[in-house]
Design a protein around this ligand. Structure first.
Ligand code: ADP
Length: 661
């Protein structure tokens, strides 16, 4: 430790020095008796503490004190004097004197204690100030403003960030503008030990707005209630939140548009939905969709959302020339007029909007498949109202609108087209049905009427054969037999034709059919031909039940069975296997034979009327049997088909819905 002793009395200096040396082991003493020595000591500035007399020849203790404190405010000064008065002591204390001791032998003993106390106090003060500085610098490094305020009263302190957040240069500026009082809670709003948190929107002196969060706690500091608070700039977060909110609404708008496309709403409905969602998003007072008709050169307002009737009304039409710069829109460019007041109002609509108070105008082209079909129009009372984000929004909605309107128009067109087509088809069907039924009636009446003369021919031929056989020679008799068999054949043809045409005309009521019973019945009916051919029929019972028309299914099965025992090579015993199987919800009934088979290329042909693959001589028949099978099955909503290999037999199948109990 280094002590400066200032006294022009050598003896007094000696006394003090001795006392200090006695008390402090490692003390270094610098004595000053003359002004030059004081100057040197000041210049060197090595001392930690000064003990000075008051009454000096060349100055007084107060001057010394002031000089010292000016240069070294932190270093303690003790006055040790016998000449001072109480006023001087008070004066000196005000100037930063650390202690004052009367110069006397008795008090000399106290000097060392005082030095010790003063040093300790100074150390404490130094450390406190160190911590305070450190705290201050920490607070300044934070991005959080800190303040302390007396409720309803004075602002005690703030850190730099606090001022920076509010755009202020100093605490004085804050006090002089007297603003921001909303930051500090009133006594009635805050209770001790309870945190009060708020988010506020403030206007800075430069006119811009910020969002801050304020966190306050009421505490007692040395018996006085104070509010300690934190102030944070949350403008960024708030903006992000707001833009997120806007983004969400934007998404909802687009979603809603998509939905209206799906819900098959008309173009007007779609546009109105789009505007309803978009209007609150944009900082505007008018939003409308206008469609262009190139043929009539007219623009028509499709939908409007506006403040107090600004703009045009729905359905209003005007010439394209009155609307605006259509050519720019055609190049897929938006038209933006930041301030109509400073812009030539070349078009009638512009002038009208101007008269209604609109200053900002934006027309966004609505383009579908490269063609300008209209425009989305935004109007605002404030010039330059729309932000970049607003404009993006408008573009997005215009694009989506274009798709939606186009879709809707296509749908309407398709609808019209479908209706036309349906009408056409129904007309044609009716014509066809009329022609068909005329044809069928004709076929029916022909076959019906032909039976009459045929019966006569057969009758007469029989009489001739029975009663005049002796009058005819063998050639005549042979001719007569041929006539009889031709008549027989023609009769068969007519019966089959009648059955076929009947199938197209009559109703075929459907019912559950037990195929086992049906099969037995058919086999009984065919008994004589089966016996004649010595055919072997194996039915894999039980057969599944189906839904169909009983008589028709009976006819179909009969035809298939007849064919299966007929188309067999000479000398071969017909063997037929019948079984059923489940196919999805249908039952497939198989009839498999060991006959001559059918070439694959005839697979379709054989189901046509009069289509036969063999001569009458080889295999008799009319060529209508399978045509009846197909027609009957189709009329019952089923299917028919076949598989075959030449020489390896044929497998015919029919499919009908299964009857489920
Ligand atoms: P039809 O039996 O009166 O000749 P269909 O319409 O029943 O007439 O049959 C048409 C043709 O299909 C038959 O002439 C025959 O050539 C062929 N066909 C039908 N069923 C079989 C079968 N099971 N095996 C071989 N050929 C067949």
């Amino acid at each position: 430790m280094h002590i400066l002793i200032i006294d022009d009395d050598k003896n007094d200096r000696f006394m003090v020095t001795r006392e200090m040396r006695r008390e402090f082991s490692d003390v270094e003493i610098e004595e000053v008796g003359e002004p030059e020595e004081f100057e040197q000591a000041l210049a060197a500035g090595r001392f930690d503490l000064t003990i000075t007399d008051y009454q000096l020849r060349w100055t007084n203790g107060l001057e010394i004190l002031r000089t010292l404190k000016q240069r070294f405010p932190e270093r303690p000064v003790i006055m040790f004097t016998n000449t001072g008065t109480q006023e001087i002591a008070v004066e000196a204390m005000k100037s930063g004197l650390d202690d004052y001791i009367l110069k006397s032998p008795k008090h000399l003993l106290r000097l060392s204690t005082t030095v010790r106390t003063v040093l300790e106090r100074n150390e404490t003060r130094r450390r406190a100030s160190f911590f305070e500085n450190r705290l201050q610098s920490l607070l300044d490094q934070l991005h959080v403003g800190v303040f302390r305020v007396i409720p309803d009263g004075r602002l005690l302190e703030v850190n730099n960030v606090f001022l920076r957040v509010l755009g202020l240069n100093s605490l004085d500026e804050l006090q002089s503008i007297g603003g921001f009082s909303e930051i500090f809670s009133k006594a009635r709003d805050i209770t001790p030990q309870q945190r009060r948190e708020r988010e506020l929107k403030l206007r800075k002196p430069d006119g811009t707005s910020i969002w801050v969060s304020v966190n306050e706690t009421l505490i007692t500091n040395q018996g006085e209630l104070v509010i300690d608070g934190l102030l944070e700039d949350i403008t960024g977060r708030k903006r992000a939140e707001e833009s997120l909110k806007r983004y969400a609404t934007r998404l909802r708008t687009l979603q809603e548009l998509d939905r209206s496309i799906l819900r098959a709403i008309s173009p007007a409905g779609i546009a109105q939905t789009a505007l309803m969602f978009t209007y609150p998003l944009l900082r505007c007072q008018l939003l409308d969709v206008t469609l262009f008709d190139w043929e009539t050169q007219q623009a028509t307002v499709l939908a409007v959302q506006s403040h107090e009737g600004i703009g045009c009304s729905i359905g209003e039409s005007f010439s394209l020339q009155d609307f605006g710069d259509i050519e720019t829109l055609q190049q897929n460019q938006a038209l933006i007029i930041e301030n109509l007041a400073e812009h030539p109002r070349l078009y009638r609509i512009q002038q009208r909007l101007f008269d209604q108070g609109i200053r900002f105008i934006m027309n966004v082209p609505v383009i579908a498949q490269g063609q300008l079909i209209g425009s989305l129009n935004v109007g605002a009372i404030q010039p330059s109202s729309l932000t970049e984000e607003d404009m993006d929004n408008a573009y997005e909605v215009a694009n989506q609108l274009a798709i939606a309107i186009q879709q809707s128009r296509l749908r309407e067109e398709l609808h019209r087209y479908t209706e036309q087509l349906e009408q056409l088809v129904s007309n044609r069907t009716q014509q066809l049905e009329e022609a068909n039924s005329a044809l069928e009636a004709f076929a029916y009446s022909i076959s019906h009427d032909l039976q009459e003369p045929l019966r006569a021919i057969r009758g007469f031929a029989t009489i001739l054969l029975e009663e005049y056989d002796t009058a005819l020679n063998s050639v005549g008799q042979d001719l007569l037999h041929r006539i009889a068999s031709s008549v027989e054949r023609m009769d068969n043809l007519l019966v089959d034709l009648l059955a076929y045409s009947r199938l197209s005309r009559v109703d075929l009521p459907l019912q559950p059919i037990n195929l086992n019973l049906l099969m037995r019945q058919v086999l009984t009916q065919l008994e004589s031909s089966l016996e004649e051919k010595q055919a072997q029929i194996i039915v894999a019972e039980p057969l599944l039940e189906v839904v169909g028309n009983y008589r028709t299914v009976e006819q179909i099965v009969t035809n298939l069975l007849t064919n299966s025992i007929k188309f067999v090579a000479a000398g071969v015993q017909p063997q037929v296997r019948i079984w059923s199987e489940r196919r999805n919800r249908n039952v497939r009934l198989w009839v498999e034979d060991n006959g001559i088979g059918i070439q694959l290329q005839h697979r379709e042909r054989i189901f046509g009327v009069f289509e036969r693959l063999h001569s009458i001589e080889a295999y008799p028949g009319t060529g209508i049997g399978l045509a009846i099978v197909r027609k009957g099955i189709e009329r019952m909503g089923g299917q028919v088909g076949m598989e075959s290999e030449v020489g390896g037999g044929s497998r015919f199948w029919i499919e009908l819905p299964e009857f489920v109990k």
